[in-house]
Ligand binder design. Structure first.
Ligand code: PEP
Length: 260
């Protein structure tokens, strides 16, 4: 049984007072409700400690948005996995399309980050996804498989800890254009099949594969009804307390009703 995970990626938004208000807003909506899904929050680095304090009385998970693989040193502007662990992070988003496309992160870089992340006992949320050009050229599965190989192909089944994969078609991120459940399911099923071939049937059946790309309260249910969607990575809609809380509630309900 895979416990659904719904994580909010706040990107470069939220000062500390804004972060505090947002967490309190989400909590006021969700506290006391029976939610089985794991809730993750990925604030910018400057608000990590604030959010850690605000969620100390919950079982929610603090998530880093990125990190560098070295432990320490002359890497101006970077932050290490150890630093994220020390402030309370349990998971780290790696290979997000904005890191790949704006900051030029390669598949090989993502792979090195995944290795370092696991060595620190943190769970990487590995993002993969094709551009619109790649989709229209019929390259979606090939691109996603190449990204999976780059990020996870260097791991041995026995040595690898837990990781999460997020399928995020680039054309659906921040555009309001969500993949249809059929489009998402097709790729997510391929990812699970890749896990089975590359690692083991056990790894494939227990690894959570999230969908990301314009997830909103109105579409989370149909996405969560897909057999290979185990949760969501939510960008824009996670900045609104009520909207994010609704995504968690609806996503959790859809998962339970679907026997997930
Ligand atoms: C994201 O950045 O991971 C994302 C899915 O963004 P949005 O929900 O805004 O499309």
């Amino acid at each position: 049984m895979r416990v659904p995970l719904i994580a909010g990626n706040w990107k470069m938004h939220m000062t500390r007072p804004e972060a505090r208000e947002l967490v309190r807003g989400i909590k006021s909506r969700l506290m006391g409700k029976e939610i089985r899904a794991q809730v993750g929050l990925a604030p910018p680095f400057t608000a990590l400690e604030t959010v850690a304090n605000e969620i100390a009385d919950t079982n929610w998970i603090l998530v880093g948005q990125n990190a560098f693989w070295e432990e320490k040193g002359a890497f101006t502007g970077e932050i290490s996995f150890g630093m994220l662990a020390e402030v309370g992070c349990k998971m780290v988003i790696l290979g997000h399309s904005e890191r790949r496309h704006i900051f030029g992160e390669s598949d090989q870089w993502v792979g090195k980050k995944v290795q370092a992340c696991l060595q620190w006992g943190l769970v990487p949320i590995v993002c993969v996804g094709e551009t619109l050009d790649e989709r229209e050229s019929g390259l979606t599965l090939k691109v996603v498989e190449r990204q999976l190989e780059g990020a996870l192909g260097g791991l041995e089944e026995n040595a690898a800890g837990e990781f999460v994969i997020a399928y995020e078609p680039v054309w659906a991120i921040g555009t309001g254009r969500t993949a249809t459940p059929e489009q998402a399911q097709e790729v997510q099923a391929m990812v699970r099949d890749w896990l089975r071939r590359r690692f083991s049937p056990m790894r494939a059946s227990r690894t959570r594969i999230l969908y990301g790309g314009s997830v909103k309260p109105e579409n989370i249910r149909e996405l969560m009804e897909c057999p290979d969607i185990d949760g969501a990575l939510v960008g824009g809609a996670s900045l609104d307390a009520l909207g994010f809380a609704k995504i968690v509630e609806e996503g959790d309900r859809a998962a339970r009703e679907g026997g997930k």
